[in-house]
Design a protein around this ligand. Structure first.
Ligand code: ADP
Length: 723
């Protein structure tokens, strides 16, 4: 216990120092800005200060759902009928003794080694899955000499608790109510626009596009485009139909399937486009059961093949939440957290039947749903209960002889391929708002990947969450209507590590040193073998634990670069879009594209180009009813490009047709660039991955893109303001 009080004293001292320094700097905000601070910020800050002494104190609280990722817990915990119960509901007492748990590399966990560091506490898993603490704060002289990195936490909302812990571990400087002068890093709970007045530094959200792109329909469309080109590579995403536009197609395909084999009883899962936390999701076995209409409105949704044979643990279905940091879009930099969460169903799994289709606790793994089940187990152990660490699952699989390196490398490949599918459209979003020559903050974002392991261990992508919950406590109803927040050790272990190491990677000093020379050629399989790559140690204060975030791109560029074909199409689209703040190509620009790329000839006249433009644009306008802009969107342009490629290079597979047409277009455009300004080098992405280049795929860029590349980071605040 004395150790514990020592720690609390240090924490209090640090908080005081931060406050004093902030006061000395005259950095408090005006009353107006203070009043805009959400109530929960000050509440949590206070609680954080006195955390160890008041943890678990009951209070009646109006709960905020500001980030849309937390749900009220109304049900009282019922006695647990399962064997896991022994560990449940201990979080409160555990936490009052053990306020901090921190992450370490999965590979280390699996090898049972202890992280060798002493700067912060580290969690060492024993074989029984219990977490223990080792290490003490000893600080680093080098870190002390440096100016502390400043972090504005005033908009962190439900991430605040984990963020505060991370900042303390890093010995950085927190500004809980904002700062008059600029901070190095701004942490937003919901969106880039949580604070509109940022002109420099770094923000943990991309301004536009990411949330849009990760809606279920848009994600399905982006992955489907890649499936057309690379069906084998993108078979990790279930076959999906977009409603309402593909209702007829879905019905016809299912009827044909059943007519051919009447013994088949496939099941489908229907997900509302903008839903989350399992809201509105249901299973069907017949297209007639689709609830397409709600009131007078046709519902937008995705209907998907239901994965009938998931991997089970303790007879329960579970999914994996992995945290992925997109550190930069241009050049593309992706990191994956070595540790994640596994979220369990609370009713033993059975393959779908007409009888059990509505059993959500059996089929849906969402925490927000299962927490309402009497069987939900809050555990203080990382390897039991209804929410566990992913490494505890891997540990268990490894003990049964499963090749977990293969599981990891498949997951890494899934993540990289998914991000590659999203990037083209994201780039279009950014170009739409580039401020001519104005400086602004740069952006990064943590995404939550939800992955299901099939019985044969193949990972399946369920969805990507643009705003994954970073809350590290759960609500506990102590008496009717009275809730307390009880720290969740598993969430704390995983999420504090992710936030802390994201901050380390975004450390302005670190970013300056960071060279993207690591275009690597390693296989993703090395990800689990190599505990800490050189990229992860580069410039890091050596007294901190090795990073729990593992760089996977550009590290594995060689294996995945050949997939970046759509990005090259997007680069052409952007070039003809210009910099007028639009995301749609007009008919004249489309004509210019056809002419400049020399795509018209005796068999494809300019009149045919006009008809193609009108046909495709009209159809996409029907599919995107909410769109305010007229013209051809990127997806429609890609469709037109595929059409032109198929016309010109008949009899070849689509992927080769597209790559060949890209070379025609890029060649023609480069010729024009040469005549305008001599260029010395051009690299092509070749259809053969073996001969692919590791350089950025966008050989040609619009002036805007070029401008963006000249800046160290790719985005600016204004660039992301909606028109
Ligand atoms: P939400 O955003 O509402 O959580 P998800 O796409 O994550 O929507 O789906 C909710 C849950 O449904 C998942 O956590 C998973 O348990 C289950 N699920 C989703 N898609 C499938 C699928 N294709 N096959 C089997 N289970 C699925």
């Amino acid at each position: 216990m004395s150790d514990h009080y020592e720690r609390v004293k240090i924490e209090l001292q640090q908080m005081k120092e931060v406050e004093n320094e902030a006061a000395a700097d005259g950095e408090q905000l005006s009353p107006a800005s203070v009043s805009s601070i959400p109530a929960e910020v000050s509440f949590t800050a206070r609680r954080d200060l006195s955390r160890s002494s008041v943890n678990g104190r009951s209070r009646s609280k109006s709960r905020s759902k500001a980030d849309g990722h937390e749900r009220q817990v109304n049900d009282k915990e019922l006695p647990d009928p399962t064997a896991q119960k022994s560990n449940s509901s201990q979080g409160q007492s555990r936490v009052s003794n053990e306020p901090n748990l921190h992450i370490k590399g999965t590979a280390r966990l699996l090898k049972g080694k202890t992280a060798a560091n002493g700067h912060v506490e580290t969690c060492v898993r024993q074989t029984d899955g219990k977490c223990e603490h080792h290490g003490k704060e000893d600080g680093s002289k080098a870190a002390k000499k440096r100016r502390a990195v400043t972090v504005d936490t005033s908009k962190a909302k439900t991430s605040l608790e984990a963020l505060k812990m991370s900042i303390r571990q890093l010995k950085w400087k927190e500004f809980p109510i904002g700062r008059r002068t600029a901070c190095d890093i701004y942490w937003h709970g919901v969106s880039f626009h949580d604070n509109e007045n940022i002109v420099s530094g770094q923000v943990n959200k991309f301004p536009a596009g990411m949330i849009e792109m990760l809606r279920k329909i848009n994600l399905s469309r982006a992955v489907r485009t890649m499936q057309q080109l690379f069906p084998e590579e993108y078979n990790f995403y279930p076959r999906s139909w977009i409603l309402p536009e593909e209702y007829q197609l879905f019905s016809t395909q299912i009827r044909l399937l059943k007519d051919n084999d009447s013994t088949l009883k496939p099941t489908y899962i229907v997900k509302p486009d903008s839903g989350s936390q399992g809201d509105g999701i249901y299973l069907i076995r017949d297209p007639a059961d689709l609830r397409v209409i709600s009131g007078a409105q046709i519902k937008q949704a995705v209907v998907q093949d239901y994965i009938q044979k998931p991997l089970l643990i303790d007879k329960l279905k579970f999914d994996i939440r992995l945290y992925v940091l997109v550190r930069s879009l241009e050049p593309l930099e992706i990191y994956i957290a070595k540790e994640g969460l596994s979220r369990f169903c609370t009713e033993p799994y059975q393959e779908p039947s007409q009888k059990n289709l509505s059993h959500v606790f059996m089929h849906l793994t969402n925490y927000s749903l299962n927490v309402h089940s009497g069987n939900f187990v809050h555990s203080d152990s990382c390897s039991t209960g209804s929410k566990r660490t992913f490494s505890s699952i891997l540990y268990r699989l490894a003990s049964k002889g499963v090749d977990i390196k293969k599981v990891w490398s498949d997951i890494i490949a899934l993540v990289i391929k998914t991000v590659i599918a999203l990037v083209p459209e994201l780039k279009v979003y950014y170009q739409a708002d580039i401020p001519p020559g104005k400086p602004g903050p740069t952006c990064f974002q943590i995404l939550g990947f939800d992955i299901l392991l099939m019985k044969n261990l193949k990972p399946i992508l369920l969805e990507v969450n643009a705003n994954p919950s970073m809350r590290i406590e759960h609500e506990h109803e102590v008496s009717p209507g009275v809730f307390e927040y009880v720290p969740s050790p598993v969430d704390e272990e995983v999420k504090v590590g992710v936030i802390r190491d994201t901050l380390r990677l975004m450390d302005p000093a670190q970013r300056k040193q960071h060279a993207t020379s690591n275009t690597g050629g390693g296989s993703p399989e090395e990800a689990i073998v190599v505990e800490t790559g050189s990229d992860e140690k580069e410039g890091m204060a050596d007294s901190l634990p090795s990073l729990c975030l593992k760089q996977v791109f550009p590290k594995y560029t060689k294996q995945f670069h050949y997939l970046r074909v759509v990005e090259r199409i997007a680069a052409i689209f952007l070039r003809f879009l210009g910099v007028k703040g639009t995301m749609r190509l007009g008919p004249t620009s489309f004509r210019t594209f056809i002419r400049n790329c020399k795509l018209s000839n005796s068999s494809f006249s300019m009149a045919s180009a006009d008809i193609l433009y009108i046909d495709i644009t009209r159809r996409w306008a029907g599919m995107l009813p909410d769109s305010r802009e007229a013209g051809m969107c990127l997806q429609a342009f890609i469709e037109a490009f595929f059409y032109l490629a198929a016309r010109r290079f008949k009899a070849l597979p689509l992927r080769e047709q597209v790559v060949l047409l890209l070379e025609v277009c890029e060649g023609a455009l480069e010729g024009q660039s040469h005549s305008e300004k001599p260029r010395t080098h051009r690299s092509h992405t070749h259809p053969n991955p073996a001969s692919s280049q590791t350089s950025a795929p966008t050989t040609f860029s619009s002036p805007a893109l070029t401008r963006r590349r000249q800046r160290p980071l790719q985005l600016s605040a204004k660039a992301n303001t909606e028109n």
